[in-house]
Design a protein around this ligand. Sequence first.
Ligand code: ZN
Length: 557
Amino acid sequence: MYDLVIKNGSVVDGTGLPAFRADVAVKAGRIAKIGRIEDAAHRTIDASGKMVAPGFIDPHTHFDAQLLWDGAAKPALAHGITTIVPGNCSLSLAPLKEKHRMKLVGMFNQIEEMPYKAFAEGVEWNWQTFDEYLARIQQGLAINVAPLVGHSLLRLWVMEEASMQRTATPAELQQMQDLLRQCLRAGAIGLSTSFVDMDETLQPVPSRYADMDELRALASVLGEFGRILQVVPEFYDADLNIARVDQLAELSLAYGIPTTFSPLFVNADNAAAVARVMARVDAQFARGARVWPQVQTRPIDISFSFAVPSLLFIRLPSWYRIMRLGSHDEIVAAFSDLARRPALLAEAEPMQGLWSQLILRQVNTPANQPLVGKTLAEIAEMRGTTALEAMIELSLEEDLDAHFLATDMGHNDDPAVSALLAHPRVHIGASDGGAHILSFSTYGDTGYLLGHFVRETRAMGLEAAVKKITADTAAIWGIQERGQLQPGYVADIAVFDAATIDRGPEYYVQDVPGDGSRYVRDVVGMHSVIVGGEIAWSQQAGYAAAACGQILPGPAA
Ligand SMILES: [Zn+2]
């Protein structure tokens, strides 16, 4: 008697080999048999006309906080994601001393655009060490979690204030090494660091004060466990990015560890720079190093309002300072002040092309309702003003709650993105799931891959695309016994319709603690998602109460 049999589907097993018709039997959380299965089962899924694939793995997320109130990382699970990697970009929620909690919340707010109120109202702070945090999220976990430890957290714990002032002493290095060992033993999959991010006061995050000795010291501990290093390089500058590729290659070769960097965006105007970075990646792989660039599938769209500091304004220092450091009333006052207006307009003027294309997405006042859906260029013409001034006026009229949408902000050169996604040394990821919740929806990138790049443009075959987001990801990250459909492997499975799989439209929901809002997307064409042998989500029944998510790799023996 099997626990579950998935009958009559096409098995895309994750290896990249051609799909084949077979049934899949599950027993005790693992795949028991693939073939013709006549034996009885407690549950049966009829997968006629559907694909049966390994569950997808999302290697770049920031679900660290959301996991404290939502063990399914909604809606990621429904999109077929059965394993997520949180703790990227030097930030995790542990290890963290009580006195540093607000400091960390500030960094999450600045870098990942997570609202302060969500932490204040959604988080009961009852952990400090990494294993305490894992024990905390394990209750009710419906998705597998392969957590990274943030380098900034190690520094903050060991060096406190000095973590944002200087390099580490030899004694501090040793303490950081010990702390990292503890985290890896508790179940962390690796370490994340960042060379670009800033904290809530616009100062470099702690990880940016590390020198090469510190990176070596930490990478050597990763080497003891064979675990991965994730970094955010200076992705906006090809030369700096290439220097980081070389640095990662040295660490990879010296300590025998995989490394990955994200993001790598390709736009119409940076194709040559991306080609140079990829040439260096290829050269380093040829030396035997592992330096995986992470490339996301979706083009960048950004939504924003003046009420929440958007990374869109980071190149306009006066604007960003007002939005970032000002209270609601101070932001209103600054933009209402006609004496300050000319300087603000002058600073933003060079980006006129962007302002005119912005679409007014959402307002509250009935008077402005008819303008929703129009571009700022259209609204400016109706009002006899400029797009930039129309954006300021609308924001003031709406008490800062006017939402604008910037589409095609990058990573939108379809042929170039297709070539990267299909590249054998490109790792598909970087969804940023759970972060930037008011800027864009970070869910559905796998549906976009299988819908847009596989079905619509045929840039990739289905088997190749599935392999990229399952077996390849598991192999790159050292996630054992998952990522393929093979007898003996853990039964993490996505059953979907290849003819319809996609991401649905982006919409606005209020489901973040503290009356918080975010943009999400529903999945299209997913039939069921199975985690550890249990149906965790189905189109028919939605999210199940079963909680079979695991921490990967989990405590070291
Ligand atoms: Zn990130």
